[in-house]
Design a protein around this ligand. Structure first.
Ligand SMILES: N[C@@H](CCC(=O)N[C@@H](CS)C(=O)NCC(=O)O)C(=O)O
Length: 286
């Protein structure tokens, strides 16, 4: 989605020339966008926004994206938000190599929407199994700052912001992600991967024999789920082979390197879960 100049309160970015990506190393949607840029061999300037220190809640960043989310692409002073919209914009700007097969051109927005609809589910799983469950809580001060921010999206108050606020309020109220949420999220993914398992029976990639924008989008969720203990090899062997093939590629591998601190948090979580019989497999009964 390209924002209007009126939406942008941090006016300096309107003068930025070239391609700038505001992103964070370990953010799933940032990783997706960077892999896409790698596959297209596009050069871009990096501006890291530290989500751990809540830099995305600074006045400066809210003045660019009032949803307080990365990634944001600034293309010659035009501000684009939402990773799937960003990669579709990049596909138009840099058509080679082609990552949207002609045959699927009209289907792609809906296929990507299905992925985006599960964003809160991947967040549930990431927070619970990869980020220490309640370590990423936000203070009420930050939640209220986002609630009271007057930023607009396409000149209007942003209704999507309520979803972000309710996620963080629930996280505080429940002291982390609940088992019910985990179960429901995992089962949504399982349904989707059952379909992919079929697609991959006769194809190397999700949309045929060539890599596409859909592989990039789904790779990130798959990687997160894999780290969280989702049993791809048992439930969806074709998907497992597809994932292993992608992660071997340099355009993918380096973007999802796990910082040491997160590796430690994930390992401690895994050990605790095995004592309490509360692994992803146990909770979701899969
Ligand atoms: N639908 C958005 C989701 C963006 C999103 O949720 N970004 C996360 C990182 S993956 C973020 O910025 N979170 C900020 C926070 O949790 O404070 C997109 O695809 O760009």
């Amino acid at each position: 989605m390209k924002l209007n100049n009126n939406d942008i309160r941090t006016k300096e970015v309107l003068d930025w020339k070239g391609l700038h990506l505001l992103h964070f190393q370990n953010s799933a949607c940032s990783q997706k966008t960077r892999i896409f840029l790698n596959l297209k061999n596009i050069s871009w300037k990096s501006k890291s926004i530290n989500l751990v220190s809540n830099e995305n809640y600074s006045d400066w960043f809210l003045g660019i994206n009032p949803r307080a989310q990365v990634p944001v692409l600034i293309d010659d002073g035009h501000v684009h938000i939402e990773s799937n919209d960003i990669i579709q914009h990049l596909e138009k700007r840099f058509p080679q190599p082609n990552l949207i097969p002609l045959k699927f051109k009209s289907d792609i927005p809906n296929l990507l929407k299905e992925e985006d609809n599960l964003h809160v589910d991947i967040r549930n799983i990431s927070f619970r199994f990869l980020f220490g469950n309640n370590l990423r809580k936000k203070s009420n001060k930050l939640i209220n700052k986002l609630r009271d921010d007057k930023g607009t999206i396409l000149n209007k108050e942003d209704s999507h912001k309520n979803k972000i606020l309710s996620f963080y309020k629930n996280l505080n109220n429940n002291n982390g992600i609940t088992n019910d949420s985990i179960k429901s999220s995992v089962l949504k993914f399982k349904k989707k991967y059952d379909t992919f398992e079929n697609n991959l029976n006769n194809n190397e990639y999700l949309l045929g024999d060539d890599i596409s924008i859909l592989d990039v989008a789904w790779f990130i969720y798959t990687h997160r789920l894999y780290l969280a203990g989702y049993p791809f090899d048992r439930l969806h062997p074709n998907v497992y082979i597809w994932y292993k093939k992608l992660i071997m590629k340099k355009e993918f591998k380096y973007e999802v390197r796990e910082p040491m601190i997160l590796k430690v948090i994930r390992t401690i979580t895994k050990i605790n879960d095995s004592f309490r019989s509360s692994s992803l497999i146990k909770i979701a009964s899969i």
